[in-house]
Every structure is written in structure tokens, then in C-alpha cells.
Design a protein around this ligand. Structure first.
Ligand SMILES: [Zn+2]
Length: 428
């Protein structure tokens, strides 16, 4: 279902809206955020230089370091009295990024989240069990508000507590689960351990996000829970979840709500904009935010953009499923390795469970890569056999070979019941 007419507007209409909103946003940020005034002055750009949406590339980037440097509220454009809500995005190091919303911003967020849910096939008859964490993290409340806006029923279970989570699905017959992909797999496994067939649960779809994943991983989720798994994308710095989502119709790229968020793809090394269709780092500019306008935010997420109309009729640009981050890139003995490449192999080998970890060390000045892999309950072969299968498959796709592959039994690798799973441990 198309929730808003803008989803099927012509490219010209979209472009006009973007031009109007971008010029307003730049002028607004310049006037109200000293940080942006300084950044634009330094780049030699004035708001008058932004005449059309293509001029966006004249603007300087905003980075996660800028959020940290301006902690807590240096990027805010409104007075404290106008702020309706604050969230924080936890970083792995240092201070969190604090993000803020006016009443208008919250309305926009509800609207884009409702659009997203509708595109995912959620209707006002559905019961949505929200397993994203509530609290400072934008995932929980972002989904919650969107479900209410759409007119469906939300169960605010929050992250973790898997036994209760399964009880709720069974007793309340939830139709939709929103959770991270790794948590969906964890829940399926936990159900099985309780003697419940996860495919028999009432869920018809899951909305997965907050973590990069690969297509084989998605298939694994769809099979285990007998659901359609739809990819959602968002980030707190821009608004939270609801920036883009796949439609359940095509499941082929995420419809990005570009009347509110303007996307570009740049070379992660040089920052130069890349031609249409090429893969690079996603950069987003907010077009309607009041409390926290963001110009050209470097998301760190690697993807590409597709401007062709989707089978579902939506005309807004689609971004490819994010399978890695620009800063995810591992350089092992001078060779580029993306953890998603390893994941694809792991999920593709039937005897292997979708749990693995990569450990990187520097020994005698040499990078070493160790891979720990878990075999499935049903596997009856030897460790050596499995190890050589994995080694062979990895050698087909990676230029660098793992120094050690350790095969362990089911349940040995640590699961993440809440939040995002960590698979790469760089000890170098
Ligand atoms: Zn579509």
C-alpha cells in the first residue's frame, strides 16, 4: 500500500521539492547553527550559492566526529524550549551523539515510519511486536510511533527477554516482528530449543535493520520463521529508523524517502560524488529537520542508488541493501576484506550455523586472521572435513587466506540477545 502520494510522484516533482527544501535548509542551518555558519564560510559557500538540489555537492560534509566535537548540543538549531525529545546514539568510543526533535520533527518521523511500515506490507489490522530496544536508542520509539501512526497495534516488548518474546508471539498472535537480523535468528533458535517450531509461529513478516546483513542471511531468517523479511534503514543522526525501506512487493532495494532526506554516493576515500549506480559511501542531507538540520552527513554505509521506478509503482530512489560500512573494511596483509564477504560464504555452507567470529592479530609484524565457525546441530562429519570445505570456499572469493579456522560445536559462539552483534575482533 502506498501511504503518501509523494511516494509515486514524478521525478520532476520530487526534484522541485528537493530544491525548494534544500535551499531553505541551508539558509536555516547557516542562520541558526554557528557550526554550519563557520563550516560554510570556511568552504567559501554562502546559502545564495545553493540554487538547485545539484548544488548540494558544494557543501562541506558533516561527520560523526563533528557530532562528538559539538557534544552535546552544538549542532542544534533551536532553543531548548522548542525541543520535544532527545535521543542518543551510542558510539563504540567516547561520548554518544545527542540528537533532538521538535514537535514537527516527530511528526515527520512518524510519517516516514508509517510509510515504511505500509511499504513493508503492514496494515492497520496487524499486531506488530517491537523487539528494538526502547530508551535512548531511536529504534524502539521510532518503530513504536510509526506503528501507532499507521493505525496498527504495537506491542512494546523491547529488546531481549527471548522467552517472554516467544510467549507474546504465541499468546497474542503477533503478525510482524521488528528486530535486528541476528536477533531474529537467535529467537528462532531459542524457540527450537523450547521444542517450538519457529516456522509455525504466527509471524508473517519481520522488519530487520540496525545491522548489515547479506542475502543468504535473510533467506535463512525467512526460512526459519516462515516469513517475508524486509530490510529497513535509518540512523539517529538523520532521524532514526524510517529513512528507507524495501517494499514487500519487490524486496529489491530500499525506497528512500527523498522528500525528507537527500542521498548522494561518494567515494569513501576522496569524498568525490560517484556516478549514478556506482557503489560508494552514502551521504545524507536532511531536507525538513528543524531541531537538528544535517548537511551532507557521511553515514559510513556502503551502498548504491537506483532511480528506476520499482515494480510496486514507487518512484522514489532505491538504495541497495547495506552489506558493509566504509570503516568495516579490514585490511589484512595489505588486502581489502569485507566481513560481509566472509558472512556470505558462511551462510551459504549448509553445515555451518550463522554464527562466526573473525579475530585479527599482528604476530611477528604479520597480520593473522583467525576464523571461528560453528557447525549445525545436524552436522555429522568431522571438524577437519568442514574446515577444508570452508577453506576451499573462502579461497575462491578472498585474496587472503585465513591462518586458522576453528570449528566449534553448536552454541559455543556468543549470541547477542540485545543490540548489535559484534563479529570482528581486531586485536592489532
Ligand atoms: Zn517497491
Amino acid at each position: 500500500m502506498v501511504y503518501s502520494d509523494i511516494e509515486v510522484a514524478s521525478r520532476e516533482e520530487l526534484r522541485d521539492i528537493q530544491t525548494e527544501r534544500l535551499t531553505e535548509t541551508v539558509a536555516y542551518a547557516y542562520e541558526n547553527v554557528p557550526y554550519y555558519q563557520e563550516a560554510l564560510d570556511e568552504a567559501g559557500v554562502t546559502p545564495d550559492d545553493i540554487e538547485s538540489v545539484e548544488d548540494v555537492s558544494k557543501l562541506p560534509f558533516t561527520t560523526k566526529e563533528d557530532f562528538r566535537d559539538e557534544y552535546p548540543d552544538g549542532l542544534f538549531a533551536v532553543d531548548r524550549s522548542e525541543i520535544a525529545r532527545l535521543h542518543a546514539s551510542s558510539g563504540t568510543t567516547g561520548k554518544p551523539k545527542i540528537v533532538s526533535y521538535t514537535d514537527e520533527d516527530l511528526d515527520v518521523w512518524r510519517e516516514v515510519m508509517a510509510r515504511s511500515l505500509a511499504a513493508a506490507g503492514v496494515t492497520d489490522d496487524h499486531v506488530v511486536q517491537n523487539a528494538y530496544g526502547y530508551g535512548l536508542f531511536t529504534g524502539g520509539l521510532g518503530f513504536h510511533d510509526g506503528v501507532e501512526e499507521l493505525g496498527a497495534c504495537v506491542i512494546p516488548v523491547g529488546g531481549g527477554n527471548t522467552a517472554r518474546q516467544i510467549d507474546m508471539i504465541q499468546d497474542l498472535e503477533s503478525d510482524v516482528l521488528s528486530a535486528t537480523p541476528s536477533y531474529c535468528l537467535y529467537l528462532a533458535e531459542a524457540a527450537e530449543e523450547q521444542g517450538i517450531d519457529p516456522a509455525e509461529l504466527s509471524l508473517s513478516r519481520v522488519i530487520i535493520g540496525a545491522e548489515p546483513f547479506t542475502d543468504p542471511m535473510r533467506e535463512e531468517i525467512e526460512e526459519a520463521l516462515d516469513v517475508t523479511a524486509v530490510d529497513v534503514y535509518g540512523l539517529s543522526e538523520i532521524i532514526g529508523p524510517g529513512v528507507a525501506i524495501e517494499c514487500e512487493h519487490a524486496q529489491d532495494g530500499l525506497h528512500l524517502w527523498e522528500d525528507h532526506f537527500y542521498p548522494e554516493i561518494v567515494d569513501p576515500e576522496t569524498g568525490e560524488p560517484l556516478p549514478e549506480g556506482e557503489e560508494g559511501e552514502l551521504v545524507l542531507t536532511s531536507l525538513t529537520k528543524e531541531a537538528l538540520p544535517v548537511l551532507r552527513y557521511r553515514t559510513g554505509d556502503m551502498t548504491s542508488l537506483n532511480y528506476e521506478e520499482c515494480e510496486c509503482g514507487r518512484t522514489v530512489v532505491r538504495m541497495d541493501n547495506v552489506t558493509g560500512r566504509a570503516d568495516d573494511l579490514l585490511i589484512v596483509r595489505g588486502v581489502n576484506v569485507y566481513p560481509s564477504q566472509i558472512e556470505e560464504v558462511m551462510v551459504d555452507i549448509e553445515e555451518v550455523a550463522p554464527y562466526y567470529r573473525i579475530d585479527l592479530y599482528r604476530r611477528n609484524n604479520l597480520d593473522t586472521m583467525e576464523l571461528t565457525v560453528e557447525y549445525c546441530e545436524s552436522y555429522e562429519g568431522t571438524h577437519d572435513e568442514l574446515e577444508s570445505t570452508i577453506r576451499q570456499r573462502l579461497e575462491e572469493i578472498l585474496e587472503v587466506k585465513p591462518d586458522e579456522i576453528e570449528v566449534v560445536g553448536p552454541g559455543v559462539i556468543e549470541r547477542s540477545e540485545t543490540g548489535k552483534v559484534k563479529r570482528v575482533f581486531d586485536h592489532r
